[in-house]
Design a protein around this ligand. Structure first.
Ligand SMILES: [Zn+2]
Length: 257
């Protein structure tokens, strides 16, 4: 699992033991920045190419915010994934445009709900949220995040998108134990609640956040919670891209300087 350095945003690449690929989120700049820089084209795609990846098996959008899906149009065009996974359907115009792109490129759109278990090339992806009875569509909120646990042998990683307190309280009841935790919402204080940490009991964590981001994330309070729980924490703003190997028995981290 690699947390790609997309600045303030998330993009997590998973490569299964048999080489199947799942890209969860693509980073992206908020529209208020009015920038021509395309994180999908200029950061995520070159990284995937550097790994020898030219086709993705699946991509997922955890929730309909720019810092998670802004780079998706370029990724769809460059890597023709077979499947696009969504949690809650959102009326966000930005997402609707991506769904049109997906249709044009014959990408199969699949809505994932808690309880789904997907075999991914020798690993298992278990969906923990949104709940199967999650009602209606929204304009995209953090607490709508698609949350998944990826397991291989005795090792596992929990990816929370931008889940906040309300959603983390639900996740905490769903046996989320994992060795590696992708910290929710870039280390904001409304996530990584003590209840969630106690249920997950991670040994490693990774926070995806931008250098000197305007939101002041990750927050010291969250870093302190992680330190008190003796979690080895890596940060894309300090470490750049961080890769973790989950070999079925243990987890190791690789930081390239
Ligand atoms: Zn975010």
């Amino acid at each position: 699992m690699t947390a790609i350095d997309v600045g303030q945003g998330d993009s997590i690449l998973l490569v299964s033991p048999q080489g199947k690929t799942l890209l969860v989120d693509t980073g992206g700049l908020p529209q208020w920045m009015h920038s021509d820089f395309d994180i999908g084209e200029d950061v995520v795609s070159p990284y995937l190419w550097s790994r020898g990846i030219h086709r993705l098996d699946a991509v997922a959008i955890t929730h309909a915010h720019s810092d998670h899906m802004g780079g998706m149009a370029a990724v769809l065009a460059n890597f023709h994934p077979r499947e696009l996974w969504l949690g809650v359907e959102s009326r966000s115009p930005e997402l609707q445009k991506l769904l049109e792109d997906a249709k044009r490129l014959s990408v199969v759109v699949i809505h994932r709900k808690a309880g789904d278990n997907i075999e991914l090339g020798g690993s298992t992806v278990s969906i923990l949220a949104p709940a199967s009875n999650f009602g209606g569509s929204t304009l995209g909120r953090n607490d709508d995040s698609l949350v998944m646990k990826i397991s291989f042998g005795q090792t596992s990683a929990l990816l929370e998108g931008d889940a906040e307190r309300r959603e983390e309280q639900l996740i905490a009841r769903e046996q989320p134990q994992a060795d590696l935790l992708k910290i929710a919402h870039h280390g904001s204080t409304t996530s990584t609640i003590p209840e969630l940490l106690a249920a997950v009991r991670p040994r490693f964590a990774v926070i995806s956040s931008g250098v000197r981001n305007v939101y002041g994330r990750p927050r010291m309070e969250v870093l302190n919670r992680l330190e008190q729980s003796k979690v080895a924490t890596y940060r894309t703003d300090l470490n750049g891209a961080v890769t973790f190997y989950l070999d079925g028995q243990g987890v190791s981290a690789l930081v390239v300087h």
